[in-house]
Ligand binder design. Structure first.
Ligand SMILES: Cc1cc2nc3c(=O)[nH]c(=O)nc-3n(C[C@H](O)[C@H](O)[C@H](O)COP(=O)(O)OP(=O)(O)OC[C@H]3O[C@@H](n4cnc5c(N)ncnc54)[C@H](O)[C@@H]3O)c2cc1C
Length: 380
């Protein structure tokens, strides 16, 4: 057993930390307030290789392992979870999905642009009536020979308006239930494709979340991913890896809030001493640090499982469940350590507290993670 990071891992972690501090920290409060994320910043993330970290180098990707990816996700999420959700969707859902299951033409045409940040991707599974129960897809794709016709609505799609390419899950044969579902690559300028208004959100407000409408959208047959009926498996496999990225995001949010609380407690005085000298505050910091460290081990273990070619459904679900609860608990306590200042935007912890909540909801709610975990431990 070896808990040491390689020199390359440390280099990647430090590069992400540096990028987050120099490029993301300035303006993070304004982006949260205005619910915006400038295109130039997305381009910078692409130029630095954060948008296609694990993808194959022959398609412009970084060819890195999952450990490298979660290290970068943690550092970026400490500062700006809106940036990290964009990175996460593009890396673990869109690029990984295409790299693993796309054909040569799809990789050349789409993946090679998504890995470099020239284009951005979105992953469209959820619908008004199909969130946790992803099999209840109402979006239909009717086979018309050399193309499909898509109709339906997708909800809460990250990168909804900033994306160029959309991986869309749709029902092609209702009778076959989940075996009659397919995944398609849809281009933004397709006729009949409409982007709904931006959602007004509690957290990760810099990232754009939209509903999407498909009104007789024509999608060429060559844009279907995998064999006919592969769509549900595609979505589940992709999300299983995506959860490791969201677990790392939760870890980063928790670690960012903890670091701010720790530093603040060493400066702020009450009753004639720095507040960290009050045991109530010191014990909060001890609890925060312990649950963050436990989360970090779980995130790393899940990433390692994936890198070793081992099954990571269980370790990924556990990491997401635990790290997202840690993010919620730690950020609430970080606000408490800051007292009144914790409630004020310029101290950052209130934003991190709002950002933490989503990690218990998307890419499978905590209840769904418990279903995955319990099924896995009870199956033998
Ligand atoms: C900001 C944001 C970004 C998102 N980005 C994307 C995206 O890019 N792409 C995408 O496809 N989706 C995205 N989503 C959607 C997200 O994945 C879903 O919201 C999530 O899966 C939950 O689905 P739901 O909202 O329909 O909740 P529901 O499924 O209606 O669940 C409601 C509650 O019931 C619980 N529940 C449901 N079923 C069970 C059960 N069997 N046992 C126990 N409890 C259960 C849930 O855990 C939850 O607490 C995003 C959502 C948000 C808010």
């Amino acid at each position: 057993m070896d808990f040491k990071l390689t020199e390359e891992h440390i280099m990647i972690r430090d590069a992400a930390r540096d990028f987050a501090k120099t490029e993301l920290l300035p303006g993070v409060i304004e982006r949260d307030e205005k619910q915006e994320f400038p295109k130039e910043l997305i381009k910078k993330m692409g130029d630095l290789g954060f948008l296609g970290m694990m993808a194959s180098p022959e398609y412009g990707g970084g060819g890195m392992d999952t450990i490298s990816y979660v290290l970068a996700m943690e550092e970026i999420s400490k500062i700006d979870a809106s940036a990290s959700v964009m990175i996460s969707v593009n890396n673990s859902l869109v690029c990984w999905g295409l790299d693993t299951f796309g054909n040569e033409e799809q990789k050349k045409k789409y993946l090679s642009k998504l890995t470099t940040g020239e284009k951005l991707g979105a992953f469209c599974l959820s619908e008004p009536e199909a969130g946790s129960d992803a099999t209840s897809q109402r979006t239909t794709a009717i086979d018309k020979g050399d193309h499909y016709i898509l109709n339906g609505t997708k909800n809460w799609i990250t990168n909804g308006s900033s994306a160029d390419y959309y991986l869309v899950i749709a029902q092609t044969d209702k009778e076959k239930k989940h075996k009659g579902i397919n995944a398609f690559i849809v281009e933004k300028d397709s006729e009949g494709f409409e982007i709904g208004p931006k959602e007004q959100k509690l957290g990760i407000r810099g990232s754009d979340t939209h509903s999407l409408n498909f009104n007789d959208v024509k999608v060429p047959k060559e844009n279907r991913i995998g064999e006919d009926g592969f769509g549900f498996k595609f979505a589940m496999k992709t999300l299983s890896g995506g959860r490791i990225g969201i677990a790392a995001q939760a870890l980063g949010i928790a670690a960012g809030a903890y670091e701010l609380a720790r530093d603040y407690s060493k400066q702020r005085k009450a009753f004639g001493t720095e507040i960290c000298n009050h045991q109530a505050i010191a014990f909060k910091l001890a609890d925060m640090h312990t649950s963050i460290e436990a989360s970090r081990h779980m995130v790393m273990k899940a990433a390692w499982d994936k890198d070793q070619g081992q099954n990571y459904d269980l370790s990924g679900a556990m990491a997401k469940l635990y790290a997202s609860k840690t993010a919620m608990d730690v950020t609430v306590e970080a606000v408490q350590v800051h007292g009144g200042n914790g409630y004020v935007k310029e101290y950052h912890v209130e934003r991190l507290m709002r950002d933490a909540k989503i990690t218990q909801i998307y890419e499978g709610t905590s209840e769904i993670q418990k279903i995955v975990i319990s099924r896995s431990i009870l199956k033998d």
